[in-house]
Design a protein around this ligand. Structure first.
Ligand code: FAD
Length: 317
């Protein structure tokens, strides 16, 4: 059963997680440790993020800096295969337009097909660090909807060179991203939801949300999506607070608000341990309410938060 089919089927609220590939040069053991810790809660599937290439400057020691382009977190496809083999549960690599040409993305589809990995999350991806707007790679896509269309074309046997490929063992099925507090670039919520609907019409079978800390924003978003005729499962993504720096980092990076009650408590925290305790308490309350609303899965963003997610899952599942 694909992840999309699982999410649309009748079941109790599932537990799912997202992991990041290690920083270039670091071992995969860290990813295994995170998952080992969370395996007792039977994750229904594991997402693996993808990161675009970035320009980095290396100090050459003679007063000169050399400019390189580097994948700082490579290995998404390989990690998806490694986790699937090691844990025997479905893995969902993220496919992003950012930094990739359509031809490179097609190569990735071919790799994934050979590996028998046919669940995807299709995204545009973040803009390059230092750019003030999203610039597609040469021969790449400007919006996630175009990549959804490319995957569908591939599913229908057509490749970019116009040739047909042999029927696949399994067709790719995919989810896309949604934003309960609006994507930062969208003119307004209405246009953002119209673009989200276009992704569903281009084949997305479910939506995973950006993290949020105020469940009422999620419930209102689901209602607006339903009014707009979007009927696929909308999976809430949540992340426990873990550090003092998130007071400014989360709103700046993810364009989300912290509700007043949480913000007040956050201001009282004096150490990262205080924040972690608050994050667990808030996460339990959030997850309990989402579970009571019978969402198909609660998707946990695990970066630097495995211990907190473990504590939340213990209390909620
Ligand atoms: P899109 O759907 O293309 O939307 C981007 C913006 O363009 C929105 O404002 C939308 O309203 C607008 N828009 C969409 N279509 C059109 C159109 N046809 N014409 C005009 N405007 C349009 N980033 C990564 O780099 N790697 C990851 O692994 C990753 N994983 C993520 C997982 C989740 C669950 C979420 C919520 C986000 C993730 N991101 C990831 C971040 C995401 O890539 C960024 O938020 C990105 O800026 C937008 O991606 P998108 O797929 O929503 O883009």
């Amino acid at each position: 059963m694909s992840v999309a089919e699982f999410l649309s089927s009748n079941h109790k609220t599932a537990f799912s997680i997202e992991v990041l590939p290690p920083v270039r040069g670091k071992s995969i053991e860290q990813v295994f440790k995170t998952i080992d810790r969370l395996m007792p809660f039977n994750p229904a599937y594991i997402n693996i993020t993808t990161h675009r290439t970035e320009v980095v400057y290396r100090d050459m020691g003679d007063g000169m800096f050399q400019r390189f382009t580097e994948h700082t977190r490579p290995g998404t496809v390989a990690i998806a295969a490694a986790l699937k083999g090691r844990y025997g549960i479905p893995t969902v690599p993220h496919m992003i337009c950012s930094g990739f040409s359509a031809a490179e993305l097609e190569n990735e589809l071919i790799d994934l097909e050979y590996l028998g990995i046919t669940d995807l999350l299709v995204l545009r991806g973040d803009r390059a660090r230092g750019d003030n707007r999203f610039i597609p790679a040469e021969g790449g896509h400007s919006h996630a909807v175009e990549l959804c269309q490319q995957v569908q074309e591939f599913n229908n046997g057509r490749m970019l060179n116009g040739k047909e490929h042999e029927p696949l063992g399994g067709r790719f099925t995919f989810g896309v991203a949604g934003y309960p507090e609006k994507h930062e670039e969208a003119m307004n919520m209405e246009s953002d939801i119209a673009h989200l609907k276009a992704k569903v019409e281009a084949g997305a079978k479910y939506i995973v949300t950006q993290m949020f800390f105020d469940n009422s924003r999620y419930f209102a978003f689901v209602e607006r999506c339903r009014e707009a005729g979007i009927n696929v499962p909308i999976i809430p993504g949540i992340k426990p607070l873990t550090s003092l720096t998130q007071q400014t980092l989360l709103p700046k990076t993810f364009h989300i608000d912290l509700p007043e009650e949480l913000a007040k408590e956050f201001c009282r925290c004096r150490s990262n341990d205080d924040v972690k305790a608050l994050g667990v308490e808030w996460g339990i309350a959030q997850a309990r309410e989402l579970k009571a609303a019978n969402v198909a899965s609660i998707h946990f963003y695990s970066m630097n938060a495995a211990a907190s997610i473990e504590a939340i899952a213990k209390a909620v599942y």
